[in-house]
Design a protein around this ligand. Structure first.
Ligand code: FES
Length: 111
């Protein structure tokens, strides 16, 4: 299990949830009813699942693919620790992951 902490754009803690190894971060966010759109549901055709990973936790993640890097160039408010939540698979050795939902994230899919 991995403890995932979701923070609001202003940096305040929103929710802490336990997630099983192998789950996508996008699915965990949806289950927690975080306002993260993920319009293409993970087929790498949008950047609406953009999240900002805590700088301490960023090194726990495998490197982003070139395709992911290209899509992150389109994301609003991207930082050097930005990632696409649909591309992050949780593993037990992560133990915890702190994730900030960027400003102006939308929840157009009603999740
Ligand atoms: S949901 Fe579209 S790239 Fe992640």
């Amino acid at each position: 299990m991995t403890l995932v902490r979701f923070f609001r754009a202003d940096g305040t803690l929103d929710k802490e949830v336990e997630a099983a190894s192998g789950q996508r971060l996008l699915d965990v966010a949806w289950a927690a009813r975080e306002p993260l759109e993920g319009a293409c549901e993970g087929v790498m055709a949008c950047s609406t699942c953009h999240v900002i990973i805590d700088s301490e936790d960023f090194a726990k993640l495998p490197a982003a693919s070139e395709e992911e890097e290209d899509l992150l160039d389109l994301a609003a408010h991207a930082t050097r620790t930005s990632r696409l939540a649909c591309q992050i698979l949780l593993t037990d050795d992560m133990q915890s992951l702190s994730v900030r939902i960027p400003p102006e994230a939308r929840n157009w899919m009603g999740r």
